[in-house]
Structures are given as structure tokens and as C-alpha cells.
Ligand binder design. Structure first.
Ligand SMILES: [Zn+2]
Length: 211
């Protein structure tokens, strides 16, 4: 099964970790961007990354796996396949996350939330709210890549954890070096469903994600 260093190597090999000068959704600047779709565009690679997540939560035995669209659901599908559990997703509306298409996590259901990349945790809070609104319980959060110390309960399990380095635009060392600033993601002006992510270059010596 894929360990953290192998996963990191693959992320680099498939160019899912980009180095440069990127504008984040928060308005801050970063030298690293995680282009998750370089991984998600390969179903067999996505399946490989889903395996450590599924194994981590196998014993917890969730009833349902919930993820945000679009990347999250691709990972959730693989985790669901490995655990033999159904998946569901809420959709964003003006009122927040809504359950449509007959999805309806219900009272007492034990839910595992899955995401591709967690940067701020904002989307995870919205998903959690959608899950618990109906009385279901969030028993865990799993993701492919997560910034090191993110303030989320439960603490996410990540295949690869990284420490985020980002700078306010007026104090960005990359701006000072006149490196052209790049916008990535489909809707870089807004954080909707974690479409735009940037992470610091991971440190090889940093601790592995939760054992
Ligand atoms: Zn900058």
C-alpha cells in the first residue's frame, strides 16, 4: 500500500505539485500549487491513493461516504468501492449545501467525509454541517492532501500532509523577485468546493499523517 513518501513522489512525478508563484483564493501568494486533477485524471492512480484512506477507516465502518463535488467525489467513489459503502454528495446553493437527487443522510447514520485537497477546511465545515443537519454523525474525514495543522474536528487523515506557506500580497518574497503571478483553478476568484489550492513544498522530514 502507498506510503506517504511514495505518494509524494507520485504527486511530483505526475506534476500535481507545481512550483512557481500562485495567487490563492484567500488573496495570498504561494510558491506551491497542488493541481489535484493531474492525479484525478488517472483513475488507477486515484484508486491507489484511495487505498490508504479506505484502510484507515475500515475498522470505523462508516455507513455512508460523503464528498464535495467534483474532485472529492472521484476519491469518495474509490474509497466507497474499497469499503463496499454507498456515496452521496450535497450541492452548493445560495442557502448553502443542499441535498438533492434523493440523497439524504439520516438520523444515526455514520458518515465518512472524503476530499481531494484540504487547504482551509472551509468546504469541510460546510459538508459537516450538511451531514449533521439531519442527525447523521461525522466519524472521520479523509483526504489525499492536507495542510499540516488544520483546525478541523475530526482531524483529517491525509495520504500526504504538508505545511502551508503563503504570504500577504504586499509582503510576498516571490513578488519581490518579480516572478510572474499565476492564477490556477476554474474559479480563482472564489473558494467554492476547494477548486483552487496551494500548499507549501512538503518537507520530507515532517511527520507523516496520522498513523
Ligand atoms: Zn507574490
Amino acid at each position: 500500500m502507498l506510503n506517504r513518501n511514495e505518494a509524494l513522489k507520485l504527486l511530483r512525478e505526475y506534476k500535481a505539485i507545481l512550483e512557481g508563484h500562485f495567487l490563492l483564493t484567500s488573496g495570498r501568494h504561494s510558491g506551491i500549487y497542488v493541481e489535484k486533477f493531474r492525479l484525478l485524471e488517472h483513475p488507477e492512480l486515484t484508486a491507489q491513493f484511495a487505498e490508504p484512506i479506505a484502510e484507515h477507516f475500515r475498522e470505523a465502518n462508516p455507513d455512508l461516504i460523503v464528498a464535495p463535488l467534483t474532485g472529492g467525489i472521484l476519491v469518495a467513489h474509490e474509497v466507497g468501492k474499497l469499503l463496499g459503502k454507498p456515496i452521496a454528495f450535497p450541492e452548493r446553493s445560495r442557502e448553502g449545501m443542499e441535498w438533492r437527487r434523493g440523497f439524504h443522510p439520516s438520523d444515526g447514520q455514520r458518515v465518512l467525509i472524503i476530499e481531494d485537497v484540504i487547504t482551509t477546511g472551509k468546504t469541510m465545515l460546510e459538508i459537516k454541517d450538511a451531514v449533521t443537519r439531519n442527525g447523521a454523525e461525522v466519524i472521520g474525514i479523509g483526504c489525499l492532501v492536507c495542510r499540516g495543522r488544520i483546525d478541523l474536528q475530526p482531524q483529517p487523515f491525509a495520504v500526504v500532509s504538508m505545511n502551508l506557506a503563503s504570504f500577504p500580497a504586499d509582503r510576498c518574497p516571490l513578488c519581490k523577485k518579480h516572478i510572474p503571478l499565476e492564477k490556477r483553478g476554474s474559479r480563482p476568484e472564489k473558494d467554492e468546493g476547494g477548486r483552487m489550492k496551494a500548499e507549501e513544498l512538503p518537507h520530507e522530514e515532517s511527520p507523516p499523517p496520522e498513523a
